[in-house]
Design a protein around this ligand. Structure first.
Ligand SMILES: NC(=O)c1ccc[n+]([C@@H]2O[C@H](COP(=O)([O-])OP(=O)(O)OC[C@H]3O[C@@H](n4cnc5c(N)ncnc54)[C@H](OP(=O)(O)O)[C@@H]3O)[C@@H](O)[C@H]2O)c1
Length: 220
């Protein structure tokens, strides 16, 4: 698959490295060409470097890996407003974490904001729940079992592409509903990061499936 990555930081490094090693055609695009060049060299496996617009043009799938505060500007640099990402899969791993581990932003999730800023793109929220150190593991694991990766999106083809990118790195895709539920994943990240920051294990708050009870039907 042709994968463009917007951003040259930790998540670009971790996921770009995984996907390039799995045989995908990766182009990392940054606003600082020197950093993009250095990252492409570190990733290896034929990875190339370019600008933000190059990443958008290159990717059938484009990973958005910039801080929440930079999303609007990064998408502008990508030419998203004029349709540069239309028809492409935009994977959003952004966590809008505010002061005190709250969820930053307005009424909509960061993923829905990205979708509005990138008309025609098929946005899928994914890869936001674990730190980059986990995404660098080969394969990433969650304790003694394969790592699940929840996905929220509306387009069946885009979800299928991202499921493949999840399984290609040895993880298990978990369908978590439409893009309208992406805010749930973003709030979960705020919970997880807040717990970890205060030395607590967030998974200790969650029951195993056998004890999780019977789900209440939607709307009740
Ligand atoms: N790190 C994690 O463990 C982790 C885990 C899950 C999700 N996330 C989310 O993933 C996203 C990226 O995190 P990260 O840790 O990779 O961040 P990072 O290491 O700080 O890297 C951020 C990258 O975004 C670029 N950037 C910032 N503003 C930009 C703009 N306006 N236009 C273009 N590029 C811009 C930076 O470019 P410059 O080098 O030019 O500044 C840098 O390459 C964040 O939203 C974060 O919440 C992170």
């Amino acid at each position: 698959m042709r994968i463009g990555i917007i951003g040259t930081g930790h998540m670009a490094d971790a996921l770009g490295g995984q996907w390039a090693a799995a045989g995908h055609d990766v182009l990392v695009g940054g606003r600082d060409r020197g950093r993009a060049d250095a990252l492409a060299r570190r990733i290896g496996h034929g990875a190339r470097a370019g600008g933000v617009g190059d990443a958008a043009r290159h990717g059938e799938v484009v990973l958005l890996a910039v801080p929440y505060a930079g999303v609007g500007d990064a998408l502008r640099r990508a030419g998203a407003a004029s349709g540069a990402l239309a028809g492409r899969v935009l994977v959003d791993c952004v966590n809008p974490i505010g002061p005190g581990f709250t969820v930053a932003g307005g009424a909509r999730s960061a993923a829905e904001e990205a979708a509005q800023a990138a008309p025609g793109a098929h946005v899928v929220k994914a890869f936001n729940l674990c730190p980059d150190g986990v995404w660098r593991m080969r394969p990433p694991v969650g304790g003694d079992r394969p790592l699940g990766v929840p996905l929220c999106g509306d387009d069946a083809g885009a979800l299928a592409a991202v499921r493949r990118l999840v399984t290609d790195i040895g993880c298990v895709p978990m369908d978590a509903g439409p893009l309208a539920r992406a805010g749930v994943l973003e709030a979960t990240a705020a919970f997880v990061i807040g717990m970890v920051a205060t030395g607590m294990d967030p998974t200790a708050a969650l029951p195993p499936l056998a004890l999780a009870g019977t789900p209440v039907p939607q709307g009740e």
